[in-house]
Design a binder for this molecule. Structure first.
Ligand code: SAM
Length: 285
C-alpha cells in the first residue's frame, strides 16, 4: 500500500478493518489530505517542534504532521483504531501513539514545555480538554484545535458579553486566541450537524495580569463562574472557608461593587480579588 496517497490509505484501512465511527466519541474524521496540510500550515508548526495530538483517529493528520515536525505524540481513547493506526503510521519513527483518555492522562508526562498541540477535537469534550491543556499542561507554545464554531466564538468573548464563560476567561488569561478558518460539515466523515472552526491559542510568555499567587487566582476564577445567578460574594463563600464579612471585605479591598456577579468582573478585578483574599486567608491562619 506504499504506492497510494496517505488520504486514500486511511480510507482503505478504515474499510479493510470494518471500522464504524462512534458518534459518542466524536468520531468525525478529516480524510482530505489537502485540507489537513492546510490546517497544519495554519497551526504554525515548524521542523523543530514536538507536537501533541489529541484523538488521531485513523492517523492521517498524524502521518502528515510527522513529516513536518520533530516528533508527534498522539493520544487516542478508542483502541479499536489500533490496527488502522499501526498500518497508517508504519515507518513514521518519530510518532508515538498512547492509548489513553486525554481527560485523565498526565499531560506533562506526554509532552515537554514548549510543545505544540494540534487536534481535530472530539466536540463532546472541547471545553474540558482545552481547559485541561492550559491548566495542567507543561506550558505549550500553542494549541491549534478544530472545535464547533459556537464553542470557538464563546472562547473569543469578552467580560460583559453574554457568552463570556469560565473557559473564555481561562483562554484569555493564558493566550491570544484567533479563529483561523471555518470548516463546513461536508469536510468531515461522517458529517456532523454543525459548522466547525479551526482556532489557535498562542500562549503568552507574560500573562496579561499578574496575581501574587496564580493557583489561588485560578481558584477565584473558577469560583467566579461556579453559580451564575449568585453574587461573587456567595460564590466566594462556597469555594473558600470565609465568613460573609471576610468575603465582603475581600471584594471591597479589590475595589469591586458589593453585589457584583463573578461573570461581570474582568481578569484584572479577579486578580486584585485573589491578592486581597490571599492576605485575608493568611491573616485567618
Ligand atoms: N484526528 C482525526 C481526524 O481528524 O480525522 C480524528 C478526529 S475525531 C473528531 C476525534 C478523535 O478523538 C477520535 O479518534 C476519537 O476516538 C478520539 N477521542 C474521543 N474522546 C477521546 C478522549 N477522551 N481522549 C483521547 N481521544 C479521544
Amino acid at each position: 500500500m506504499n504506492d497510494i496517497s496517505p488520504g486514500l490509505r486511511a480510507r482503505v484501512l478504515l474499510e479493510k478493518h470494518g471500522f464504524q465511527p462512534t458518534h459518542a466519541l466524536g468520531q468525525n474524521f478529516l480524510l482530505d489530505e489537502r485540507l489537513l496540510s492546510h490546517l497544519i500550515d495554519l497551526a504554525g508548526v515548524a521542523e523543530e517542534d514536538d507536537v501533541l495530538e489529541i484523538g488521531p483517529g485513523p492517523g492521517l493528520m498524524t502521518r502528515l504532521l510527522s513529516q513536518r515536525v520533530r516528533s508527534v505524540t498522539a493520544v487516542e481513547l478508542d483502541r479499536r483504531l489500533k490496527p488502522v493506526l499501526s498500518s497508517m503510521l508504519e515507518g513514521c519513527e518519530n510518532v508515538r501513539v498512547v492509548y489513553a483518555d486525554a481527560l485523565k492522562a498526565d499531560l506533562c508526562a506526554l509532552s515537554a514545555p514548549g510543545a505544540r498541540v494540534v487536534a481535530n477535537l472530539p466536540y463532546y469534550i472541547t471545553a474540558d480538554v482545552i481547559s485541561r491543556l492550559l491548566l495542567r499542561g507543561p506550558g505549550y507554545k500553542s494549541v491549534a484545535v478544530m472545535v464547533q464554531k459556537e464553542a470557538a466564538e464563546r472562547m473569543l468573548s469578552l467580560p460583559g458579553d453574554k457568552q463570556w464563560c469560565h473557559l473564555a476567561a481561562i483562554v484569555r488569561y493564558f493566550g491570544k486566541v484567533q479563529i483561523l478558518e471555518e470548516i463546513p460539515p461536508e469536510a468531515f466523515q461522517p458529517s456532523p450537524h454543525v459548522v466547525s472552526a479551526f482556532l489557535r491559542i498562542d500562549l503568552y510568555d507574560q500573562r496579561p495580569v499578574r496575581p501574587n499567587d496564580e493557583a489561588l487566582f485560578l481558584r477565584v476564577l473558577s469560583a467566579a463562574f461556579a453559580m451564575r445567578r449568585k453574587t461573587l460574594q456567595n460564590n466566594l463563600r462556597a469555594a473558600f472557608p470565609l465568613s460573609a464579612q471576610a468575603a465582603a471585605e475581600a471584594i471591597e479591598r479589590a475595589g469591586l461593587p458589593e453585589r457584583v456577579r463573578g461573570e461581570a468582573v474582568p481578569l484584572e478585578g479577579l486578580a486584585r480579588l485573589a491578592d486581597a483574599l490571599g492576605e485575608l486567608l493568611k491573616a485567618q491562619l
